[in-house]
Design a binder for this molecule. Structure first.
Ligand code: 5GP
Length: 204
């Protein structure tokens, strides 16, 4: 069976990645979102098992020790990681899997899985990013400042991704990610099995 594609999506905090992902998940029935583990506390709106699996530092460390993460990283003093088992299982079933992760984790995945399809979402402007970050109302002004400063750090990595999309319109950005997934799904080497079958098929 044809393997699914692993898709990486990163963006500075406040770019609207979550909204684009939600739209994308509504558009595609062949795509699964990998739910990360984190040691950060749940925020309003977070749902265990839907936005994250919330874990203690000890439990998180135990999975690191077992080699159970595809990647993991420290972001804003907390751990975030992608459990390996679910991703492997879904790809083997032919499902596409989306990792919505930060640049540190993404670079680890790019190193270990060169065939990964990497997408970086850009804000239309830094002013707009700042507006969105402060308007969220879920973080203290210090946390907003910290996330805003970190956005400049994340932008330094943007050109290491295969694709960059400006998120000036959610529907359009989601459509572009979807088009990238479609293109990735048609890469010739993936169709090798089907091509061989065609060559072996006798009609008359
Ligand atoms: P937040 O705390 O706002 O939900 O996420 C903070 C950052 O952590 C975001 O940039 C998000 O993409 C990133 N993140 C979420 N899950 C993972 C993960 O599994 N691995 C890595 N490396 N980063 C993650």
């Amino acid at each position: 069976m044809k393997q699914g594609r692993l898709i990486l999506l990163s963006a500075p905090s406040g770019t609207g990645k979550g909204t684009v992902v939600a739209q994308l998940m509504r558009m595609r029935t062949d795509l699964d979102l990998s739910i990360s583990w984190t040691t950060r506390a749940p925020r309003p709106g977070d749902v265990e098992g839907e936005t994250y699996f919330f874990k203690s530092e000890d439990t998180f460390q135990a999975l690191i020790d077992q080699g159970g993460f595809i990647e993991f990283a420290g972001v804003y003093g907390k751990h975030y990681g992608t459990p390996r088992a679910y991703v492997r299982q879904q790809l083997a079933r032919g499902r596409h899997v989306l990792l919505e992760i930060d640049t540190q984790g993404a670079l680890q995945v790019m190193r270990n899985e060169p065939e990964v399809v990497s997408v970086f979402l850009l804000p239309p402007s830094m002013q707009e990013l700042h507006r969105r970050l402060s308007g969220r109302g879920t973080e203290s002004p210090e946390k907003v400042a910290q996330r805003f400063a970190f956005a400049y750090e994340e932008l330094k990595q943007a050109e290491k991704y295969r694709y960059c999309i400006i998120n000036d319109d959610v529907a359009s950005a989601a459509r572009k990610v979807s088009a990238i997934i479609d293109a990735a799904d048609c890469e010739a080497p993936l169709l090798r099995g089907h091509i061989q079958q065609l060559q072996e098929e006798t009609v008359l």
